[in-house]
Design a protein around this ligand. Structure first.
Ligand SMILES: Nc1ncnc2c1ncn2[C@@H]1O[C@H](COP(=O)(O)OP(=O)(O)O)[C@@H](O)[C@H]1O
Ligand SMILES: [Mg+2]
Length: 615
């Protein structure tokens, strides 16, 4: 219920199209009723020479009002109000009038139906779009740890398919829960209006029909959900094997993957066949029900007609038509409860994601951080990853003065990346604090803080766009001169010039059309163009071959001149120039100093250095 209220809240901005849509639907239903109402006068005028003129009809009504029972009186009164619209003074004129009325009603009926569909879609698609944008915005505020815990596919499916499924419950919740009952009510009143006794008899049969329809629906739902799940499983196997095709081939695992795929595909087959068996049952079943109702009408109405004093033929026709009209919304209504359920399940997952707390954000009274003047300081910093027993960092005290290059070295898993990730607040320390110019990072404006930094990591993320757009990332109006200058400083201009369209070459998904070193140099050009106060390099060169590494290293050296930098490099040759070398092991600082000092000290650094020299 709480979920339902939350969902309904998302409708508020769209109340106008929603309300208009419901009104349009009601007008559509009323047009339908008007159309059916016409059946009776038309038949009467054509086949009864005594009737069909306004004078004749008036006399008839007068008689009904005097002799009829209570309900018949009311019916005659309402009808006599409508008569002047329907009947004219000769039968021929009345007939002409029918033709005009039919055209008007048909036109308005379809007009309202169209309005209803468009208005509801405007609201519905708008709501879905709002949810997608809210989810996208929220996901990007979530801490990195959130992304380690989930597969990318899961997050993406939340945004795309859950929102889609949610649409089911929203469309139902708004429009239909109000609309269908109203439609049913209007038709039902019309049935009562034509023949209330017959209607009450049929009403007693209806719950049985709805119950049976619901049973069939439940089975259908269960099997179709299962087959959807299996289909999703087989698609994910397909996706995994296609994107990992090299590994599948190299390990000759086609047979293994085929078995996995076959399992899901066969389960899908079984479930879809069950679905079909139940669904195909629904057709004959519906016909049986329709026949049962028809037989009931035939019996009850027919008995009275034979006894004399039942419905006149034109009213009988009217009645049967309305009954068919009412079946449609009744059937849809039971169907909709099913969609509400799957939709609500999806909505729950969407809200779950929207409710995931953002742990790293700017405080409302955050201090702006436009400049970096003095130093970055780690003050007894400890950090433990969520769900991990061992802390990744313990008691880190470190000062990075402005304008200096600090190198972090140590064995793999020592905590170098974790330490570097604390500076742009990818993670907040679980103990101690990190300060920028003596202010705790958590008190600074997050977006200011990050705009002070340029980060280049081993894993370069490029977007499927032009080289120019990738260097200028997010700024469409950088002057060409500066982009070229940045590319040159990054040692990238030479290869960019050789690309088919130079700076305007589209580099493919994640930059697949470039080599590792080329991608790396574009990332460096991006950092150079941003011109940040503080630079962070996390193994920016470690995946490169020697030639690329030399070019990238040169680029990095160009970039670091006169800046504050934190460099993690696994090749020690690049570190010798650093003002300070910090040696980490198992999350603690074991040594710090200049290259010569650390060599002289003969500790971990010396042995790391010797290992590499020997290699
Ligand atoms: N997302 C994570 N969740 C849990 N533990 C992690 C995560 N990332 C790294 N670790 C652990 O933290 C420790 C330090 O990792 P890291 O900082 O990446 O080391 P380095 O960069 O020095 O190789 C390692 O023991 C690693 O297993
Ligand atoms: Mg690392």
């Amino acid at each position: 219920m709480r979920l339902f209220i939350r969902l309904s809240k998302s409708l508020i901005p769209y109340w106008l199209p929603l309300v208009l849509g419901i009104i349009a639907m009601l007008l559509f239903t009323i047009s339908n009723v008007a159309l059916v109402y016409m059946v009776q006068p038309v038949l009467k005028t054509l086949f009864n020479p005594e009737s069909g003129t306004i004078q004749a009809v008036r006399a008839e009504r007068q008689e009904e009002i005097q002799t009829g029972d209570f309900i018949a009186k009311w019916r005659a009164k309402i009808q006599s109000a409508l008569d002047p619209i329907v009947y004219k003074d000769t039968r021929l004129r009345t007939l002409a009038n029918f033709c005009i009325l039919l055209i008007i009603i048909m036109f308005s009926k379809n007009f309202f139906l169209y309005c209803q569909t468009v208005l509801t879609s405007v609201a519905l698609q708008g709501i879905m779009n709002d949810f997608r944008k809210r989810l996208f915005g929220h996901i990007h505020k979530l801490p990195l740890s959130f992304f380690h815990k989930r597969r990318a596919g899961e997050i993406i499916s939340r945004i795309i398919s859950d929102v889609q499924t949610m649409q089911g419950s929203i469309s139902v919740s708004v429009a239909d829960l109000v609309r269908d009952p109203l439609t049913i009510l209007i038709y039902y009143f019309f049935l009562l209006f034509i023949d209330w006794k017959l209607t009450l008899i049929i009403t007693t049969i209806l719950p049985i029909v709805v119950f049976l329809l619901d049973r069939i629906g439940k089975h259908l739902r269960r099997y179709s959900t299962r087959s959807q799940e299996r289909m999703a499983d087989s698609v994910s196997v397909l996706q995994e094997t296609v994107s990992g095709i090299r590994v599948v081939k190299a390990f000759d695992m086609v047979g293994f993957e085929l078995k996995r795929f076959t399992k899901y595909a066969d389960e899908y087959l079984r479930n879809i066949l069950k679905t079909i068996r139940v669904r195909r049952l629904a057709g004959p079943f519906n016909e049986v029900i329709a026949t049962a109702i028809a037989v009931a009408i035939l019996w009850f109405a027919g008995r009275r007609i034979i006894a004399g004093g039942g419905l006149p033929p034109e009213s009988f026709m009217q009645y049967v038509i309305v009954l068919f009209l009412i079946m449609q919304p009744v059937k849809m209504f039971s169907d909709k409860f099913a969609r509400i359920n799957t939709g609500l399940a999806a909505a729950e997952r969407v809200f779950d994601l929207l409710d995931t707390p953002t742990t790293i954000f700017s405080k409302p009274d955050a201090i702006p951080a436009r400049n970096f003047n003095d130093s970055i300081r780690f003050d007894n910093v400890g950090f433990r990853y969520e769900g991990s027993d061992e802390p990744a960092l313990k008691g880190i005290d470190l000062i990075i003065p402005k304008g200096e290059i600090v190198a972090l070295v140590g064995p793999s898993g020592a905590g170098k990346s974790t330490l570097a990730d604390m500076i742009p607040r990818f993670y907040d320390p679980t103990e101690g604090r990190v300060l920028l110019d003596n202010v705790d990072l958590r008190d600074l404006d997050l977006s200011d803080l990050r705009s002070l930094m340029g980060i280049v990591t081993q894993e370069v993320i490029l977007f499927n766009d032009t080289v120019r757009a990738n260097i200028a990332y997010g700024h469409t109006d950088w002057p060409e001169k500066e982009i070229i200058w940045a590319a040159e400083a990054a040692n990238a201009l030479y290869f960019i010039r050789k690309l088919p369209d130079g700076l305007d070459t589209v580099i493919g998904d994640r930059g697949v059309k470039l080599s590792g070193g080329e991608r790396q140099r574009i990332a460096i050009a991006r950092a150079i163009l941003k011109n940040p106060e503080i630079l962070i390099f996390d193994e920016a060169t470690s995946s490169l071959d020697t030639e690329s590494e030399r070019l990238v290293q040169e680029a990095i050296d160009n970039l670091m001149v006169g800046r504050t930098a934190v460099v993690i490099a696994h090749r020690l040759s690049t570190i010798i120039r650093a003002h300070k070398i910090v040696v980490l092991s198992d999350g603690v600082i074991v040594e710090a100093g200049r290259h010569e000092e650390l060599i002289a000290a003969g500790g971990l650094y010396k042995s790391l250095h010797e290992k590499q020299m020997g290699a």
